[in-house]
Design a protein around this ligand. Structure first.
Ligand SMILES: Cc1cc2nc3c(=O)[nH]c(=O)nc-3n(C[C@H](O)[C@H](O)[C@H](O)COP(=O)(O)O)c2cc1C
Length: 272
């Protein structure tokens, strides 16, 4: 998670919003990393909490304060440059999923009738998919790309990377290597990472080539910060039907209890 942290005396909401916006835009422009990836942490301290040369900032005369604030601003500028340089070298901290087993859920979804179909490149979505499978008694099914993605393919800072080109190409449908049969399932969880604000095009391949009509379809995704956006609607529009529930976004560190409470709230019932 590329992040920029600044420590500063209290600001108005507008000032904070402007700082977050401008730092994000500058960092994105300099590094080529998309703005959605950045977090800006603003730590505000009341002037009474800031001592300068043994004196509280709040005790200083306005001119001293503005001198100090100028120095603080200069220091801040240096910190920002350092932070931006650090950001340039930053990589997402993606911990590959361990596929831990979870205790069975309360039985709202019938065992054997649930498929948890998932595409995952760095393991985040896969971990959650395996949690869902464990909690619902469902079968975990991986979507494997025919042409594996390399780290360079996944380089979102490269405007010519494979993922970027595919996501920008409305007709791109990366082939799936494995044969997936979902005909015997009544509920299908569909998991994917968010790529450039949408689902990876291989998910489009999947929904176009696998009949979902008559099934309950539950999309979920992981991302660094983006929401589901229209990714679930796009998949639904490409499918042959089905009862699509609204998509759910998880962070890569989503806990078992968060996943469990989402599943409980879905209101899925055993088929007749
Ligand atoms: C090519 C690419 C594009 C990405 N685009 C976004 C994005 O638009 N928004 C976001 O929040 N995260 C984005 N991410 C981060 C992933 O969504 C996030 O790391 C996700 O948890 C990865 O899931 P996985 O480990 O199952 O592949 C992107 C990652 C890659 C590799």
């Amino acid at each position: 998670m590329p992040s920029i942290t600044i420590d500063i005396a209290p600001l108005s909401r507008e000032q904070k919003a402007q700082i977050a916006k401008e730092l994000t835009e500058s960092a994105s422009r300099i590094t080529g990393i998309d703005p959605w990836a950045f977090y800006v942490f603003i730590n505000e301290y009341p002037r009474d909490c800031i001592g300068v040369g043994g004196e509280l900032l709040s005790d200083r005369r306005p001119r001293d304060i503005s001198d100090t604030m100028n120095r603080t601003a200069a220091l801040l500028a240096v910190l920002i440059v350092v932070a931006v340089l650090a950001v340039a070298a930053a990589v997402f901290i993606n911990s590959p999923g361990g596929g831990q087993d979870a205790p069975p859920d309360d039985g709202t979804v019938p065992a054997g009738k649930v498929a948890v179909v998932c595409f995952s490149e760095t393991g985040n979505t896969e971990r959650i998919a395996k949690e869902i499978a464990g909690m619902t008694g469902g079968d975990f099914i991986r979507i494997t790309p025919e042409v594996p993605y390399t780290a360079a393919d996944r380089d979102y800072s490269d405007s010519g990377s494979r993922t970027r080109l595919e996501q920008n190409d409305a007709s791109a449908r990366p082939a799936i290597a494995n044969s997936i049969d979902i005909s015997g399932y009544s509920a299908v969880f569909l998991g994917y990472p968010i790529w450039y604000g949408d689902s990876p095009k291989i998910m489009w391949t999947f929904v176009e080539t696998h009949g979902l009509e008559g099934k309950t379809v539950i999309p979920f995704c992981t991302s660094s910060s983006s929401g589901v956006g229209s990714s679930d609607d796009h998949l639904k529009a490409l499918s042959d039907g089905g009862n699509w529930l609204g998509g759910k976004r998880f962070s890569s560190t989503a806990s078992q209890s968060e996943i469990r409470s989402w599943i409980s709230g879905l209101g899925l019932e055993a088929p007749a």
